[in-house]
Design a protein around this ligand. Structure first.
Ligand SMILES: C/C=C(\C)C(=O)SCCNC(=O)CCNC(=O)[C@H](O)C(C)(C)COP(=O)(O)OP(=O)(O)OC[C@H]1O[C@@H](n2cnc3c(N)ncnc32)[C@H](O)[C@@H]1OP(=O)(O)O
Length: 75
């Protein structure tokens, strides 16, 4: 998942949370989109910081999700 929070001043923070490497699963991407929509809807937010939990940003696309997409798109 990805957790949305208001940081200091006008900054919103979206923290990627998908151990061990914060891979971008469909769930994480959906939560990321939700967080960005929340930030966009709040006129007091001037900047969005996206970070990852446990000292890592993200390994990129989730390996399983990526394979699954390829399989389903070729059927
Ligand atoms: C278009 C293309 C887009 C949008 C892309 O994002 S392409 C990029 C896709 N990402 C990758 O190819 C990254 C592949 N992973 C790595 O290079 C490394 O795993 C790492 C540098 C991110 C971390 O290296 P390291 O600290 O040595 O740890 P491990 O390699 O042992 O991995 C730890 C566990 O994480 C799992 N893992 C790693 N990457 C992914 C991923 N992309 N999706 C899902 N899971 C991932 C890895 O399998 C290990 O799991 P366990 O074996 O511990 O269960």
């Amino acid at each position: 998942m990805a957790q949305y929070a208001r940081g200091a001043a006008a900054v919103a923070v979206i923290r990627l949370r998908n151990p061990p490497v914060n891979a971008l699963s469909l769930t994480v991407l959906q939560a990321l989109e939700d967080g960005l929509k929340k930030a966009d809807a709040d006129p007091s937010v001037k900047a969005v910081m996206i970070c990852g939990e446990n000292g890592k940003f993200s390994a990129g696309t989730d390996g399983f999700t990526r394979s699954h997409h390829w399989v389903t798109s070729r059927c």
